[in-house]
Design a protein around this ligand. Structure first.
Ligand SMILES: *[C@@H]1O[C@H](CO)[C@@H](O)[C@H](O)[C@H]1NC(C)=O
Ligand SMILES: *[C@@H]1O[C@H](CO)[C@@H](O)[C@H](O)[C@H]1NC(C)=O
Ligand SMILES: *[C@@H]1O[C@H](CO)[C@@H](O)[C@H](O)[C@H]1NC(C)=O
Ligand SMILES: *[C@@H]1O[C@H](CO)[C@@H](O)[C@H](O)[C@H]1NC(C)=O
Ligand SMILES: *[C@@H]1O[C@H](CO)[C@@H](O)[C@H](O)[C@H]1NC(C)=O
Length: 335
């Protein structure tokens, strides 16, 4: 019970009351009362929501659109498909691949960039700890252009090889695949792929150069990528989010917008802004007034601090692997 000594008296009273309530499941406190908890397979925790009244503000709007065979969750008013949301300030989106392709049977000759544009005041950042700038090909170099604050930034990655048989899956050391870190606070990302020699010496197995930002833990280099990555293929990119760019102290001054109800405010290491978390010994959704659950260890059951909120799914037949084709230009504006 040591961890409970740090709770406010308010929470302690609620905990005692809660022990008389019925056990609940975690799903019941994901969303606001009467709001969908899912879009296809994607769980949508408040402050995110798919309908007016279900999200905290428009930055957290998820556009859940039904397509012929599934549901697609678009981030706010963008073309980014969302595949994962955590209440700890992370969110995964899908993006297309920059490519530079040369003459080969059935592969169109083209150069297409990957653009991820974030306004300076966006609550979202491209995570510099979880993503890597990646280039793939055997006659390949690629640029990453962007801005860090008001400073322009440019980096490059180069990848060469002679024979398909020599490529090593899982290795990105500049031989078929090159990977480098990206800087903190990078906005307005523009990735462009090039070739040194139009792939003439490697065209039988590698007609294109590819480049993209990708979440490192969800990407493993395969020699198959050198042969071809289809135009509608999308890789996951991991974003950081905060409730707003205010500090906890600033945010608490405005109770009507403050998001941490019966939960604790904290400022993430990734930069300015704040997030909420349940007090020690509780878990659940810290953004809902009734979102934090306690655990009665003696009875091995879970109890809610207050009334459970309703939950109903908005379709459950979508698949996160069901990557949709889309535009390359992706713009996230702060509101
Ligand atoms: C939601 O996404 C669909 C499909 O991309 C689009 O047609 C629609 O305009 C979007 N709605 C809003 C409010 O952005
Ligand atoms: C860029 O930002 C720094 C600090 O934020 C400021 O001192 C500098 O004047 C800015 N430069 C331009 C060109 O806006
Ligand atoms: C491509 O092959 C030609 C002929 O073998 C060689 O002269 C040239 O250096 C090669 N170019 C590259 C970029 O490997
Ligand atoms: C926070 O964002 C608002 C716009 O949403 C902006 O006007 C303000 O300057 C930002 N504050 C900081 C400290 O970045
Ligand atoms: C994004 O990065 C900038 C610069 O490091 C930082 O000030 C900001 O708070 C970060 N935002 C998030 C959501 O992590």
């Amino acid at each position: 019970m040591d961890s409970h000594t740090r709770l406010s008296p308010n929470i302690l009273v609620l905990l005692v009351m809660a022990l008389t309530f019925i056990p609940v499941t975690r799903a019941q406190v994901f969303a606001k009362n009467g709001c969908p908890t899912h879009c296809g397979d994607l769980t949508i925790p408040y402050p995110f929501g798919t309908m007016e009244g279900c999200y905290l503000n428009k930055n957290f709007y998820i556009n859940c659109t039904e397509t012929a065979d599934s549901f697609k969750a678009y981030l706010a008013y963008t073309d980014f498909i969302v595949i994962d949301i955590t209440m700890e300030g992370q969110l995964q989106i899908l993006t297309t691949v920059a490519r530079d392709c040369y003459s080969a049977p059935r592969i169109p000759v083209m150069r297409v960039p990957q653009i991820i544009s974030l306004s300076p005041f966006s609550i979202y950042n491209v995570s510099n700890t979880r993503n890597k700038f990646t280039a793939i090909g055997c006659d390949t170099y690629a640029y990453l252009y962007g801005f860090v604050g008001n400073k322009s930034y440019r980096a490059g990655c180069m990848s060469l090889c002679n024979r398909f048989e020599d490529l090593v899956d899982g290795s990105c050391s500049g031989f078929g695949c090159c990977q480098i870190q990206i800087p903190d606070g990078l906005k307005t990302i523009d990735v462009v792929a090039y070739s040194f020699n139009r792939h003439v010496n490697v065209s039988d197995f590698n007609p294109c150069s590819y480049a993209f930002i990708v979440e490192e833990s969800r990407f493993r280099f395969s020699s198959g990528y050198v042969q071809y990555i289809s135009e509608d293929y999308k890789f996951p990119v991991s974003l950081d989010w905060v409730v707003s760019n205010e500090t906890c102290v600033e945010a608490a001054k405005n109770p009507s917008n403050y998001a941490c109800h019966r939960s604790e405010c904290h400022e993430p290491d990734t930069g300015s802004g704040y997030l909420c978390k349940c007090p020690d010994g509780f878990y659940g959704n810290p953004y809902l007034p009734e979102g934090c659950l306690g655990i009665d260890e003696s009875k091995e059951t879970e109890y809610l601090l207050s009334e459970p909120s309703g939950a109903n799914a908005q379709g459950n037949d979508g698949s996160p692997s069901d990557y949709d084709s889309g535009r390359q230009q992706i713009i996230l504006q702060g509101r």
